[in-house]
Design a protein around this ligand. Structure first.
Ligand SMILES: CC(C)(COP(=O)(O)OP(=O)(O)OC[C@H]1O[C@@H](n2cnc3c(N)ncnc32)[C@H](O)[C@@H]1OP(=O)(O)O)[C@@H](O)C(=O)NCCC(=O)NCCS
Length: 141
């Protein structure tokens, strides 16, 4: 919770990027849920000189011990294109592999085609389309 202000700042950017409206109550509810001990949510922030510059969140899928869903990979606007996304991506994939995860899923909204390009570059492949989402998958083994 020490990082709450930085996480709020990035969440405000992320919500705007997704064309939605930031809601403080929803933010606090979501943060509590995702930072509970023994939660299936694994949430990390990336800092540079003490400032939060990125965050990533993976969720383990309860019905299958070897599958996870990558919910968020987001870099502060002012720090994009400086290698932060690549570092966080490699970190979260290694972390999930160490937990025994073999398959990672993501859902990309059709209004965000850049994300599909980014994740393809990092080894994700289109699994199926469930409009308006493209579901992508990466096998870690
Ligand atoms: C996508 C995102 C996570 C990438 O992080 P980043 O720190 O900016 O990316 P990096 O500097 O680590 O770049 C890694 C590679 O991603 C690709 N990339 C990054 N931003 C890109 C962009 N705007 N357009 C195309 N490719 C891009 C590049 O190919 C780059 O490889 P290179 O170094 O060989 O050029 C970040 O820009 C971001 O948060 N964007 C907004 C939200 C988003 O799209 N999130 C993804 C899912 S929530």
């Amino acid at each position: 919770m020490d990082d709450v202000d930085g996480i709020r700042r990035l969440t405000q950017q992320l919500v705007q990027y997704r064309g939605k409206i930031f809601n403080e109550e929803r933010f606090i509810f979501g943060l509590r849920k995702r930072t509970k001990p023994n939660s299936r949510h694994h949430f990390f922030v990336c800092t540079q000189n003490g400032e939060i510059v990125g965050m990533t969140l993976a969720e383990l899928i309860p019905s299958c011990k070897t599958e996870a869903y990558l919910n968020t990979l987001f870099v502060d606007k002012a720090h994009q294109r400086q290698g932060v996304g690549r570092k966080m991506f490699n970190f979260i994939m290694d972390y999930l592999r160490d937990l025994g995860i073999e398959t990672v899923f993501i859902n990309i909204h059709k209004n965000q085609p850049m994300e599909e390009t980014f994740f393809e570059k990092f080894g994700f492949k289109v699994d199926f389309e469930l409009k308006p989402f493209t579901c992508m998958v990466k096998h870690l083994t």
